[in-house]
Structures are given as structure tokens and as C-alpha cells.
Design a protein around this ligand. Structure first.
Ligand code: AMP
Length: 281
């Protein structure tokens, strides 16, 4: 099937209804574009899990704070289009901001329990924007399956909660983080790093490797895990935005690693804020 590019939300919804009525299942990958191998791995999973794969590219203004990088966010539609086609996408949904947010848009979706920590704490309003846009995209694309990356661990947990609490008829599949050869998690924002920062940015991965090793050797004190993360980052020009150990389900801060925990960190370089995470236990 030739990949179709659709810009209008109404047209995308109409196509989705036609597919559903024909008994064709839909796999969906929401993205903000500037695609890399991480995104493409999600598209391949969507293709394996459903009859057709729909990819959306939408740089969602409502998930960016007033001092964040909305205008500078990297965009390259022509390149993305080719990558989607090569990865086997059947539909590329590429709406404009004005069709997704009408001038008097006034309904928002807020999560109220998992958002107070990690990226939710350092980016107020971010997950309200994420939940709102993903709820809208789910209503437009009406997928059977939505594929999301483990790289955005808090986003994944919040969207699982949204799908559960709002009875969205989609199953979420979590996809593993794809990394550069040196371990840096692939991200559209890596492009902002200076060459020196790019070399240093592997510190996020190194700190994760270090805490995995500590955990394997029996360390169960969250404070010691956090200190280990910070000590790796502090050797670089990166500034720790947060380094936390939280319950893997509730995202509540923990002191002792008894149940599975999420170790998550965000590091600010001059050009980009990067995140990474691992689950221990
Ligand atoms: P974004 O375009 O950054 O909004 O990301 C779109 C989707 O791709 C999200 O579900 C991300 O978690 C996922 N993603 C981003 N980077 C990676 C990566 N390195 N490996 C796997 N999935 C990723």
C-alpha cells in the first residue's frame, strides 16, 4: 500500500472509520517528527501488531512551557516522510496547529497523581498538553494499538493511566529505548548538543549502567543510588535537573528499593535537556 499523507483531522478520522468498518486493525505511533531510529522501531512494532500503521507528526505547542524550545524544535517533513515510507507506514497524519487547536479550544485532559514528580515537576503543564493531544489523536486515529517509547517513562505511565481511566479503546505497547553506539538514547534534541556536549552526553547512560551495577551488588538505599547518578553527571558540563528513584507504578519517591523502581534523570546541557531512565528490580 502506498503511504497516504493526510493533513485534515476530519479526513484522518474518516479514513480510520473506513478501515475499522472493513475489519482492518490500526497501529498508531504519535511523534513530534524529526524522526530517528527510535521512532522507526516504534513504527515497525506498530506494523507487526496491526494491519496498518498510522504515524502522526505534530509538534504540540501545548506541551511546551513559555521558555521552552517550541520554535526551535527541529523539523524536516520531507526527510520524515521518506523515513516513514521506508519503515512501512501506511498513513502519515500531519495536521496543522490551527486545525488541532481551534481558537476557542477549551477542554483539557489532566492527570492528577503521577504528574507531580520528574518531568511533571520541572515542566509544569507539560503532561496536560501531552494528555490532551494524545486523547485527541486517539479520537481521530481510533487505533487498536498505540506504540510508545520507554524512553519517556513518565509519559508512558501517565498515558497508560489515561487510557485506563478514560476507557480509551486502545492497547498500549511499550517499546525499548534505542541508543547510539556509545549508549546515548536517541532523541530529536541530541541535534542541539555541541560536539563537546555530544561526547559528554553519554554520561546519562553511564550513570544508568552504574546504578544497575550497584543494584546487582545488593545496594537498596535510594539516596545512594541518586548520589551515584549525580556523581557521574557532575564530572561533565551537564547540570542535573533531577535524578530520582520512584516506585515504578505509583511514581512515589521511595527510600528503599523493595519493589521495582524507576530510576529517572534529566540533565541540562547548554543546547538541550536530555532524559533517560531504567527500571531496577
Ligand atoms: P517524540 O517525537 O520525542 O515525541 O517521541 C515520539 C515517540 O517516540 C514517544 O513514544 C517516545 O517515547 C519514542 N521515542 C523517542 N526516542 C526514542 C528512542 N530513543 N527509542 C525508542 N523510542 C523513542
Amino acid at each position: 500500500m502506498n503511504m497516504k499523507i493526510i493533513q485534515s483531522p476530519e479526513e484522518m478520522q474518516k479514513q480510520a472509520r473506513l478501515l475499522i468498518r472493513s475489519g482492518i486493525s490500526i497501529g498508531f505511533v504519535p511523534t513530534m517528527g524529526f524522526l530517528h531510529e527510535g521512532h522507526l522501531s516504534l513504527i515497525r512494532i506498530a506494523k507487526e501488531s496491526a494491519d496498518v500503521a498510522v504515524v502522526s507528526i505534530f509538534v504540540n505547542p501545548s506541551q511546551f512551557g513559555p521558555n521552552e524550545d517550541l520554535d526551535a524544535y527541529p523539523r524536516d517533513f520531507e526527510r520524515d516522510e521518506k523515513l516513514c515510507r521506508d519503515a512501512g507506514a501506511d498513513f502519515l497524519f500531519y495536521p496543522s496547529v490551527s486545525t488541532m487547536y481551534l481558537n476557542d479550544h477549551s477542554i483539557w485532559v489532566s492527570e492528577e497523581s503521577l504528574t507531580g514528580v520528574l518531568c511533571g515537576a520541572s515542566r509544569p503543564g507539560h503532561f496536560r498538553g501531552v494528555c490532551t493531544i494524545v486523547a485527541k489523536l486517539l479520537n481521530i486515529v481510533q487505533p487498536d494499538v498505540m506504540v510508545l517509547g520507554e524512553k519517556d517513562a513518565q509519559q508512558l505511565r501517565i498515558l497508560r493511566r489515561m487510557v485506563r481511566d478514560l476507557n480509551c479503546p486502545a492497547t498500549i505497547i511499550a517499546a525499548p529505548t534505542i541508543r547510539e553506539p556509545d549508549g546515548l538514547a536517541m532523541s530529536s534534541r541530541n541535534k542541539y548538543l555541541t560536539p563537546d556536549e555530544r561526547a559528554e552526553a553519554v554520561c546519562l547512560f553511564k550513570s544508568i549502567e552504574k546504578v544497575k551495577e550497584l543494584f546487582a551488588n545488593g545496594e537498596r538505599d535510594a539516596e545512594k543510588i541518586k548520589t551515584a547518578v549525580r556523581s557521574v553527571i557532575e564530572k561533565t558540563s551537564g547540570r542535573v535537573d533531577y535524578a530520582e528513584v520512584v516506585d515504578n507504578e505509583t511514581l512515589r519517591l521511595v527510600q528503599t528499593l523493595e519493589k521495582p523502581v524507576l530510576v529517572a534523570l534529566a540533565v541540562k546541557f547548554s543546547g538541550a535537556r536530555l532524559i533517560d531512565n531504567t527500571v531496577l528490580g
